[in-house]
Design a protein around this ligand. Structure first.
Ligand code: SF4
Length: 383
């Protein structure tokens, strides 16, 4: 069941006119004329971030979208707590705060298996995915906090070059340099129209020849990214799933066909691209629905696309399960510990994954199908 809330807009906001790139884009594949944009109800501007370019843009775009602009007298966002969990959820998901990243966000942490380090442009996401991996990871009302001190964040990058354990140490991926993942705690494209953070990050990494940026998105409005001086240093991965799963569980995100079309447009603009197929679920008929997804992804891409594939199965922790069931009490997403295998990490944390037999069967099927239908797609990992 898809969450009933919908904060997205049916059409682009007036200030977001089609770019030259869109007007001259090749006829196939065309993006939908109705790409979803998130419309926040409230934009909070923290005192310490009020003079930043990110705050300027959020004020301007937020006002055009009809949001209330709240200039804070300090840096604390208040008033999100509702009378029920549901109301708190709604208040959080309909708000964005422009703040400075805390000092901890300037010390990049390792993030295997995707990349060397995490580089956060924001924390929180406005979409309503019923399996969201952020549930249980971020505390408090689910507001999105976008960072304004981007130059300070980017200034940390050089001191991390060569120090990672994923691409920095991999012969096969050495050409990517030291990699920085921007979508660990947000979907940066989902809020890009309000912040412009991704645009600046892509331009920054376009000048770094020993480093690479990576991000994953469930959104599709890539128009403003197509002509950036990316120099192939940013890999854009599109997070996709079987069509029926997308429709049932991914409220507020872009349509699957739009994501695949956006992937094709980015590849044609010279970006390395990727498919993040996640979270994989063995629902009835899964081979047919994932087979169609893989075929459609292949059809959306130009023949010379630089493509990677990441394969992530569905999992949950006791904490994420509790939060998700409070946010989406009517969900029919399977989160039953009794039918799963329990795994413990070195800190004693527990998570529930599919059984070995199910994992083995799905892994073999995905590897075979990708080799057949996306032969140039390099599988980075299965988990
Ligand atoms: S798009 Fe990603 S981060 Fe956002 S709600 Fe969905 S799963 Fe969570």
């Amino acid at each position: 069941m898809t969450d009933a809330l919908d904060f997205s807009a049916p059409t682009a906001a007036p200030h977001i006119a089609p770019t030259h790139a869109e007007e001259t884009a090749p006829p196939e594949p065309r993006p939908s004329a109705h790409l979803k944009l998130w419309w926040p109800r409230r934009v909070f501007i923290a005192k310490s971030a009020r003079d930043s370019a990110v705050a300027d843009r959020a004020r301007h775009v937020g006002a055009e979208l009809g949001a209330e602009i709240v200039e804070l007298s300090d840096n604390a966002v208040r008033g999100l707590k509702g009378e029920s969990e549901r109301e708190t959820y709604r208040n959080g998901k309909s708000s964005i705060a422009i703040v400075n990243a805390p000092p901890s966000a300037l010390k990049f942490q390792p993030i295997p298996p995707s990349a060397d380090f995490r580089l956060d442009l924001a924390r929180g996401c406005p979409a309503h995915c019923q399996y969201c991996y952020l549930a249980g990871s971020l505390s408090g009302p689910p507001i999105t906090r976008a960072y304004a001190n981007l130059d300070e964040i980017f200034a940390q990058v050089p001191s991390f070059i060569g120090k990672g354990k994923i691409t920095s140490k991999s012969q096969a991926r050495a050409h990517e340099g030291t990699t920085f993942e921007a979508s660990c705690y947000t979907d940066p494209l989902g809020i890009e129209h309000l912040t412009g953070g991704l645009e600046r990050a892509i331009a920054y990494f376009g000048r770094q020849f020993e480093a690479g940026l990576r991000f994953t998105t469930k959104y599709a409005r890539v128009d403003d990214l197509l002509d950036l001086p990316h120099n192939g240093r940013t890999r854009v991965r599109f997070s996709v799933n079987a069509e029926d799963i997308t429709r049932r569980f991914e409220g507020g995100t872009a349509k699957l066909a739009d994501r695949l079309a956006a992937m094709g447009r980015m590849a044609r603009a010279g970006y390395p691209v990727g498919l993040t197929i996640a979270p994989i679920m063995p629902l009835d008929g899964w081979q047919d629905s994932y087979g169609a997804l893989i075929r459609e992804a292949g059809a959306a891409l130009p023949g010379d696309a630089d493509l990677t594939v990441e394969l992530i199965t569905h999992r949950f922790t006791p904490g994420s399960r509790e939060v998700l069931l409070s946010w989406y009490p009517g969900t029919d997403l399977e989160m039953d510990p009794a039918v799963r295998s329990e795994k413990r990490n070195k800190f004693g944390g527990r998570k529930f994954v599919y059984t070995k037999e199910v994992m083995r069967e799905m892994k073999a099927w995905f590897e075979g199908r990708i080799a057949r239908d996306l032969p140039d797609g390099a599988i980075l990992y299965w988990t």
